[in-house]
Design a protein around this ligand. Structure first.
Ligand SMILES: [Zn+2]
Ligand SMILES: [Zn+2]
Ligand SMILES: [Zn+2]
Length: 145
């Protein structure tokens, strides 16, 4: 999902108080180009440009970026491993996921902004957001049935 206030990777890192490194910028750029990527997918897409970067290093960078709120870790029921996407400020969206091929797409809030959905009973808790995954079948998979 693109927002008009998208920051370039170095500015995004600085805004979060993180040191700007070539590796962090490469990881952020890779996630911008291919959102909802696993650590393995990020690793294989930056390996060619950053010669010799190791998978554990990529896991470490993703952990740092997630901890600083620059990257969001998305756990989807039909994904084999955790997926990552750049977390833009004030961006709250939900996911559509094909249960057959695992394709993931962003969709805007169901109603207005977060929390767009309210439980029938909140048990006295203050609702921050509704984390929704719409499990679906994409048109390609539907056609190949
Ligand atoms: Zn599909
Ligand atoms: Zn997303
Ligand atoms: Zn919502």
């Amino acid at each position: 999902m693109s927002t008009p206030t998208t920051l370039e990777a170095p500015e995004r890192l600085r805004a979060a108080g993180l040191r700007v490194t070539v590796q962090r910028v490469a990881v952020l750029d890779a996630l911008r180009a291919h959102p909802h990527a696993s650590a393995e997918a990020v690793h294989s897409s930056i390996r060619t440009t950053l010669g010799g970067v190791a998978l554990p290093t990529v896991h470490g960078i993703l952990g740092d970026l997630t901890g600083a709120g620059v990257v969001r870790r998305v756990s989807l029921p039909d994904a084999g491993s955790a997926l990552y996407e750049v977390q833009d400020e004030f961006d709250n969206h939900h996911h559509l996921q094909c249960v057959e091929c695992g394709r993931v797409e962003d969709v805007a809030c169901a109603v207005g902004e977060a929390p767009c959905l309210h439980p029938s009973h909140d048990h006295g808790m203050r609702i921050l957001e509704a984390s929704v995954t719409y499990r679906a079948i994409c048109s390609d998979c539907e056609r190949n049935k």
